[in-house]
Write a protein that binds this ligand. Structure first.
Ligand code: G3P
Length: 234
């Protein structure tokens, strides 16, 4: 299991056809190479079916969701312990494309902790960011839904959402890392995110749909390295 460090570039593969099967493996191997060349942590959140395989390739793997159930008679649910045993280090929760109620998020964060999974809880606004921060996740990801998949970066189009959210979440708990996402497509988008106080980015189409995975990941990782304020990557 690969530990995560910051700045973190977390790539959500969603249900994009570009990363199913061998192509997903190719992206994971490319990310592992860039991570080892630059020292910048690159995580992938693939489909559930790919977690066990991709987690052996040298990068931290996240689930896109877990259900807050305990082992037992639940059909069609995703058990946190099964995700951890497949090799994932963490899970995304409450993504705009997989929304949860606040009590479900609370239970899911608890179940993730019990299974040794890091929680990356998504929030579509600063207010929601503050609400979910009080539930004790390790990471909050701020993503305005109207910019998701547009190629218009939150860090440039709505920088105040990022900086305000970082401040507000850190007031709740300074140990929570804040990522930002939506429309991130270039190294300069990543650098802008980090200069606004974020600890990295949650990105999907800007990587998955890029012509050349190695060059976009390298561009993002180098930008993260140059913009990151401290030596400490833990
Ligand atoms: O989870 C990442 C995401 O929702 C942002 O998507 O395509 O705008 O990078 P995208």
């Amino acid at each position: 299991m690969k530990p995560i460090t910051f700045p973190l570039i977390l790539v959500n593969l969603k249900a994009y056809s570009e990363t199913i099967g061998d192509r997903g493996e190719e992206l994971a191997r490319t990310a592992a190479q860039v991570m080892s060349d630059t020292g910048i942590c690159i995580g992938l959140a693939p489909q559930f079916t790919e977690i066990r395989h991709l987690s052996k390739l040298g990068i931290p793997i996240f689930s896109q969701h877990i259900d807050p159930i305990k082992p037992g008679a639940y059909t069609g649910h995703v058990l946190p312990e099964a995700i951890a045993s497949a090799g994932a280090v963490g899970t995304i929760l409450n993504h705009s494309e997989r929304r949860l109620g606040i009590s479900e998020i609370e239970l899911s964060v608890k179940r993730a902790k019990a299974a040794n999974l890091v929680s990356v809880v998504c929030a579509d606004s600063t207010r929601v960011g503050v609400d979910v921060a009080s539930l004790g996740p390790e990471i909050v990801a701020i993503e305005p839904p109207e910019l998701i998949g547009t190629g218009i970066a939150v860090s440039k189009a709505k920088p105040e959402i990022v900086s305000r959210s970082v401040e507000a979440v850190k007031r709740v708990d300074p140990n929570i890392a804040v990522l930002c996402g939506a429309g991130i497509s270039s190294g300069s988008d990543v650098a802008a995110s980090i200069r606004l106080g974020s600890s990295g980015v949650l990105v999907a189409s800007g990587v998955v749909k890029a012509q050349d995975w190695k060059s976009i990941l390298l561009e993002m990782a180098q930008a993260a390295e140059n913009a990151w304020p401290g030596e400490d990557r833990c």
